[in-house]
Design a protein around this ligand. Structure first.
Ligand SMILES: [Zn+2]
Ligand SMILES: [Zn+2]
Ligand SMILES: [Zn+2]
Length: 388
């Protein structure tokens, strides 16, 4: 991710900030400019960036910023939507009268905005169900019914609908599940990136000329999905899974292999951009190699850049793992990328590189109607991809 500053005092700020901690300026992220801006009131409910006070573009705050305090994105004043580009993708929010649900929803939206930022940066199509009823994307954040009952909400994807179990926003519960499932890594952002992989499989591979190559690398996705997952959970992962798969779970079914690989590709692009934006230069001591810089998003984008990206990622991953160990924390990237896995990542990279950058503006809103639409248009998750 890019590095952001407060326009007023140049203090470094995070993507999630709503206020500069140094000068107190109010901040908003402007997705149309991929920039964080210090903003000042212009007229009722309308704001203008400090840096372009003489400019014409005015903004309104996302309704979830103004009234719910769970978002920090703005919308161009000319845009008739009340919700920002990221919040518009959420179809079902938790019942906010329940204790803890407000905080859990906040964490969901924070992770989703990082996903959306990354997808925009890669030039991938991001359309809501409003813009594209047939192929658009929607999110449901749902809660298990009843106390102590077995989980009833499965995190997963089905025909553009991504469902995330609200319990995943609870650090204790998510860590419990991570340990129980022998996973080295389990995060909200990881869930969002993984599930987006299922969505983009439908958009970029299904019914395309890429399908044969995808099957050659990941396996034939027509094998029984439910049976494959049951076998995975009953019998454990495929023997020697680590030679061919990025994770145990990736070995359960070709769709999961694809989604896991896709998520890793998004991790790598984002972390590499962050390192480049911070001005990090890598040159391990005693290394015979010349120092090298991490790559920006633009530098990483061409198909031919892949070998350089992956080579530099190996070095960067080692460095960030080392940082965490020095702080007494888990490795942030506890994975080994074998040549087979690298070939799968290369396939993802080739597909992403071929995507034209889109700047399609959303259609006029019929959002309220959309939000109240009943869920029957989606098949149950057990028939599609129901993850964990
Ligand atoms: Zn400031
Ligand atoms: Zn928003
Ligand atoms: Zn999955």
């Amino acid at each position: 991710m890019k590095t952001f500053h407060c326009d007023n005092c140049r203090n470094l700020v995070f993507f999630e900030n709503i206020e500069c901690t140094k000068c107190g300026s109010k901040l908003a992220y402007l997705p149309d400019r991929s920039a964080m801006a210090a903003i000042q009131p212009s007229k009722d409910g309308v704001w203008e960036p400090l840096e372009s006070a003489q400019g014409q573009i005015k903004y309104r705050l996302c309704a979830n910023y103004e009234t719910q305090n769970i978002c920090n994105w703005a919308i161009a004043d000319s845009d008739r939507n009340s919700l920002c580009r990221s919040c518009r993708l959420t179809r079902t929010i938790p019942d906010l009268t329940q204790a803890g649900h407000g905080q859990a929803w906040y964490k969901m939206e924070v992770a989703k905005r990082r996903l959306v930022y990354g997808l925009i940066a890669l030039g991938l199509p991001i359309e809501s169900r409003l813009e594209n009823p047939g192929k658009g994307l929607a999110f449901d954040f749902l809660c298990d019914a009843g106390n102590g009952a077995a989980p009833t909400i499965l995190t997963g994807h089905s025909q553009g609908l991504i469902t995330i179990n609200l319990a995943e926003a609870d650090d204790v519960e998510r860590e419990r599940r991570r340990v129980a499932m022998h996973e080295p890594y389990r995060t909200l952002l990881g869930h969002f990136r993984h599930e987006s992989g299922h969505y983009y499989w439908d958009r970029l591979i299904k019914d395309t000329t890429h399908l044969d190559q995808c099957r050659a690398l990941f396996g034939d996705e027509r094998q029984d999905y439910a049976a494959a997952l049951k076998k995975h959970y009953d019998d454990g992962p495929t023997p020697k899974w680590n030679e061919r798969y990025i994770s145990e779970y990736a070995s359960s079914h070709p769709w999961e292999d694809w989604a896991e690989t896709w998520a890793h590709y998004l991790h790598i692009r984002d972390a590499m951009e962050t390192a480049a934006e911070c001005g990090l230069v890598l040159k391990p001591e005693n290394s015979a190699h010349a120092a090298f810089k991490p790559m920006t998003m633009d530098e990483m984008h061409p198909a031919k850049a892949f070998d350089k990206v992956i080579g530099r990622w190996f070095a960067l991953a080692q460095v960030i793992n080392n940082f965490n160990r020095g702080l007494g924390l888990h490795d942030p990237y506890p994975f080994v990328l074998t040549p087979t896995v690298v070939d799968k990542l290369r396939f993802v990279h080739t597909l992403v590189s071929a995507q034209p950058v889109r700047h399609k503006r959303p259609a006029a809103k019929i959002l309220d109607k959309f939000l109240t639409r009943r869920r029957q248009s989606f098949p149950p998750l057990s028939e599609a991809s129901a993850d964990r």
